[in-house]
Design a protein around this ligand. Structure first.
Ligand code: PMP
Length: 356
């Protein structure tokens, strides 16, 4: 930390992204990326882009991409915001709507970036308690003061609320915003998007990083009432007007031409998730019921951190969180069937005490 860093930011504990190691080739199951490449139309669109055109700025309105998303999801272009990864939509949500006097309410254990944004923007953060089985009881959100941000399915548990439960939260107070972060919704949960027409206090945040295999392109989007979108645009034009680059805008539009390709990838990931869950149960694993592209597992009597290190030594990278309540859990991204098989084989070795 330099002596120039402003006072307000000195205590900030920044978000720590999952490792992107370069030391050796891992079976990489730690950051919820897709194991499959982007679709043929995306690759064609990127190849057709002219490097020479990179001298030109990207379209700051992102209008073609917005229209394509609006058509795909059955909303108006004025209901769509596009951004540099969904993290940016979440950040802008805080910037626009959560002041130092408007708290944000999130499940006690959720995406680790939420409390970081709250601290960065000086927003009071209310961690809403979760149940013993790590599920979220939506009724705990009905009386809270301030806005709400919920990952649905939640991370790192993968447990989802139903649209009816989200609806009850929305209707409990129309004067508060409910931001539903649907980064993982395409792997088996239900979207809150149909609620948008009747609930102008809903913001739905989505990403191309998971089900559309484009984590490295950094493309996120959000759906909300036009005046909410206008507020997010106001933040964008006050900080970074060209937030989505040219290549990414083209790729994002092209991906929407290949809906079936991505749906098939999601079905494969769901099949491999169910396979992995049943294999891990045979090894004594206890899991939360995940509808995401990752699972959350612990092995009673075993130390989560030790298993994480043992897997890493064997070339399998998963995610371990230091938080006390979940310190014995591992969050494991569902890779290809072969990658899942390697994970299971290595876990067998580790838990059986072989090859130590
Ligand atoms: N929300 C959740 C719940 C996530 O796990 C992630 C991925 N780290 C994001 C949002 C952000 O994804 P991206 O910025 O890549 O769209």
């Amino acid at each position: 930390m330099s002596r120039f860093l402003i006072e307000r930011l000195r205590p900030l504990e920044e978000y720590v992204p999952g490792e992107q190691p370069r030391d050796k080739k891992y079976v990489k199951l730690n950051t919820n990326e897709s194991p499959y490449p982007p679709s043929p139309s995306v690759i064609a669109a990127i190849n057709a882009e002219s490097a020479a055109d990179l001298r030109l700025y990207s379209d700051p309105t992102g209008l073609r991409l917005k229209k394509a998303l609006a058509g795909y999801y059955g909303v108006g272009a004025e209901n769509v915001f596009v951004c540099n990864g969904s993290d940016e939509a979440l950040s802008f949500f805080f910037a626009a709507f959560c002041g130092t006097d408007v708290p944000i309410n999130c499940p006690e254990i959720s995406y680790g970036f939420y409390p970081v944004f709250a601290q960065y923007y000086g927003t009071p953060y209310n961690a809403v308690p979760m149940e013993d089985d790590l599920s979220v009881d939506h009724r705990r959100f009905l009386g809270v003061k301030g806005h709400i941000m919920i990952a649905n399915p939640n991370a790192p548990t993968g447990i989802a609320l139903s649209p009816d439960e989200i609806k009850e939260i929305l209707e409990s107070d129309p004067d508060r915003l409910v931001c539903v972060d649907e980064a993982y919704v395409d792997f088996g949960a239900q979207t809150a998007l149909p609620l948008l027409a009747d609930h102008p206090n809903l913001v739905v945040v989505r990403t191309y990083s998971k089900s559309r295999s484009m984590a490295g392109a950094r493309l996120g989007f959000a759906f909300a009432a036009p005046e909410i979108i206008a507020d997010l645009e106001k933040i964008k034009y006050s900080t970074n007007p060209y937030n989505v680059n040219r290549l990414t805008q083209s790729a994002g539009e092209a991906a929407l031409l290949d809906g079936e390709y991505y749906r098939e990838n999601c079905r494969a990931i769901i099949r491999d998730r169910e396979f992995t869950v049943s294999e891990l149960k045979k090894l004594g694993g206890v899991l939360t019921p995940s509808t995401a592209n990752f699972i959350f597992v612990r092995f009673p009597g075993k130390d989560g951190g030790e298993i994480y290190h043992a897997l890493k030594e064997r070339g399998v990278l998963v995610r371990h969180f230091g938080l006390e309540r979940i310190k014995d859990y591992l969050r494991i991204t569902i890779g290809t069937r072969e990658e899942c098989a390697v994970l299971i084989a290595e876990l067998k070795n580790i838990l059986g005490g072989k090859n130590e």
